[in-house]
Design a protein around this ligand. Structure first.
Ligand SMILES: Cc1cc2nc3c(=O)[nH]c(=O)nc-3n(C[C@H](O)[C@H](O)[C@H](O)COP(=O)(O)OP(=O)(O)OC[C@H]3O[C@@H](n4cnc5c(N)ncnc54)[C@H](O)[C@@H]3O)c2cc1C
Length: 576
């Protein structure tokens, strides 16, 4: 490996020294860490086996101070050392400043959701020039929000950050905005449909490591599952513990409900716990959701002590999260343009991308092109002669799932609520929160604003807002029996906003995992980013951010190829 292979021209860093590879002595056993040592102690590049969290944490505490190794969680067994090295180098500011690509690439990216923003951010970090084009007048895609005439925010979706989101947390750290995550008590709180107005909690004890904290949280909760049900569920989960990741991946062919039945887990476990979990994870029920999706989430929660700990952003995501990313991109010479909808991908004779056509009539050319739009949009814009390529053909199975986000402002402060996310366990609703309590910017001492995810929404997406609000009030009357009634004789609605997303994250039905594309497409110079692309997290903010990082990484890895391609095109243009 040499730094040049990664598309960098070394100025003050001796690539030969970088090649000197030794085992990091204190942790070789536990972590099998490989260290590449820079000539001026600039740092190490680390390879740590996937999943070994305690070794990783110990290692983090001993890393040489000049190097901010912010992504040690990222390395994957299928990636080689150079990728881990690159990853660290990308994020270490002292290291980065000593390494520059000999010719920065102009990378045109469609879509400023978290995936597009992350792609642009990490490309800018690697000294390339991203040009990020967003169709709408708002940043963030599925985390976009709007201000109404009273100055109140309403959102595309109620968003929760988990402890098991290392790439998101690294991003916050790199931007210096860690304090914007408002962490809540380490608990999961479920409404009790048979005891109106009551809740049941799973409390994760702080003193215990994972998975003991999770096991104890489940054992201590006797309101939702009986002891025989817990035992049968634990037995059902044994193959996951024995088979690990390979077993988890092999369960993609089964729905959650099918898997539970196959493992002899009583249906009541599905009804009590996994309807709520499926709806929270993918806005669908367990008879539709791939079991792999649930097992991935459970694995993260059981492997990491704070994996299931939840945080709310302290305000609206476009300003509190997306803008700092944009500022960062622009400070490094990148560009971000709103109201720039790509309407056509124009091709060269050899089938590679010539340019993007924008709705304004502008044409945008670059050295490299990235699509970071939802998969449904990509499919609509695919050039005809790409459609039969298996990589693109497989996308047919990935289809966005409908979901509705409801906001209701009441004339009073509701009491039967917590400073936390709540699982409604209602037929029409998924999770909800009183945002006037949970989120600093939305704080209101006098009035509650409930934000609720309405799912599954297939049958409701085309109904009127007032019908949706009426149905929501019917469910709220059960969650707040003393405070809310459908005729509004108790708490009164001051106003509401309903945001419908007919195609949100891809519907994670059985057998769609093999259809998820890698970030590097078979078309030279064309890449994909987005939560639906291949990465080990689900369709989530973490998945979107990681996909952007992987996309930037693929481009940096392909640097020499991409430069050579640019030169070839230049020569051909000159000759013709
Ligand atoms: C209701 C709801 C609740 C959610 N809750 C959570 C949660 O609690 N935790 C969590 O981790 N995740 C949650 N998610 C999922 C999370 O929001 C997404 O996984 C993530 O934001 C997707 O990011 P993305 O960049 O891949 O896609 P998007 O956010 O969809 O970004 C794509 C961007 O491309 C733009 N675009 C589209 N067409 C074009 C075009 N032709 N030209 C240029 N730009 C274009 C879009 O406008 C958009 O900005 C939730 C999602 C929803 C809908």
């Amino acid at each position: 490996m040499s730094a040049l292979n990664l598309g960098w021209h070394c100025k003050s860093f001796d690539s030969q020294t970088a090649l000197r590879c030794g085992t990091y002595p204190a942790f070789s056993h536990q972590a099998n860490a490989l260290a590449f040592r820079g000539s001026e102690s600039m740092g190490h590049a680390l390879k740590i086996p996937f999943g070994n969290t305690s070794a990783r944490r110990r290692l983090m505490n001993h890393i040489h101070p000049p190097l901010r190794v912010v992504c040690v969680d990222y390395p994957r067994p299928d990636l080689d050392n150079s990728v881990n090295f690159l990853e660290v180098a990308l994020l270490s500011s002292s290291f980065r400043s000593s390494l520059r690509p000999s010719k920065p690439l102009k990378v045109v990216i469609a879509g400023a959701g978290l995936a597009g923003l992350s792609t642009a951010k990490y490309l800018a970090d690697a000294s390339h020039k991203p040009v990020l084009l967003e169709a709408r007048d708002v940043l963030g895609g599925k985390v976009a929000t709007w201000k109404d005439d009273d100055g109140d925010w309403y959102e595309t979706g109620l968003h929760i950050f988990f402890g098991a989101y290392p790439n998101v947390q690294n991003l916050f750290g790199e931007l210096g905005i860690n304090d914007r995550l408002q962490w809540k008590e380490h608990s999961m709180i479920f409404a009790m449909p048979n005891k109106l107005g009551e809740f049941s909690r799973f409390d994760f004890p702080e003193v215990l490591p994972a998975p003991l904290n999770g096991i104890l949280a489940i054992l201590k909760n006797n309101e939702m599952l009986t002891w025989p049900e817990k035992v049968k569920f634990a037995i059902g989960l044994l193959p996951v513990m024995v088979g690990g990741q390979a077993y988890v991946e092999a369960q993609d062919g089964l729905s959650a409900q099918e898997w539970m039945r196959k493992q002899g887990v009583p249906d009541r476990v599905t009804t009590e716990v996994f309807i709520a979990m499926s709806k929270a994870l993918n806005f669908i029920n367990p008879d539709e959701l791939s079991m792999q999706c649930i097992l991935i989430a459970l694995n993260r929660f059981f492997q990491e002590k704070h994996g299931s700990k939840m945080a709310f952003l302290d305000g609206n995501p476009p300003e509190r999260l997306c803008m700092p990313i944009v500022d960062h991109i622009q400070s490094l010479g990148g560009e971000v343009k709103l109201n720039s909808r790509i309407k056509k991908i124009e091709l060269n004779d050899d089938g590679t991308v010539k340019r993007f056509l924008v709705n304004s009539g502008d044409v945008i050319e670059g050295d490299v092109y990235v699509f970071a739009t939802p998969v449904d949009i990509l499919k609509l814009l695919l050039p005809d002669n790409w459609k039969e390529i298996p990589y693109f053909k497989k996308l047919k199975k990935l289809v966005g799932v409908p979901v509705i986000n409801v906001h209701i402002w009441f004339d009073r402060k509701l009491k039967n609520t917590y400073d936390h996310l709540l699982f409604s366990r209602s037929p029409l609703l998924s999770v909800y929160a009183d945002m006037s309590v949970t989120c600093k910017e939305y704080y209101d001492p006098k009035q509650s604003m409930l934000e609720l995810v309405f799912a599954p929404a297939e049958e409701w997406i085309s109904r009127s807002d007032s019908e949706i609000i009426d149905a929501t009030m019917g469910e709220l009357a059960k969650l707040f029996p003393d405070e809310i009634s459908t005729d509004q004789s108790k708490a009164k609605i001051v106003k509401y906003h309903v945001v419908k997303t007919p195609r949100s994250v891809y519907k994670t039905v059985p057998n769609c995992e093999p259809c998820r594309p890698s970030q590097r497409s078979p078309i030279e110079g064309f890449y994909l980013s987005g939560d639906y692309t291949k990465q080990k997290y689900l369709a989530s903010m973490e998945g979107a951010v990681l996909s952007g990082k992987l996309c930037a990484q693929a481009i940096v890895q392909d640097y020499e190829l991409l430069v050579a391609r640019g030169q070839r095109e230049l020569t051909e243009a000159t000759m013709s």
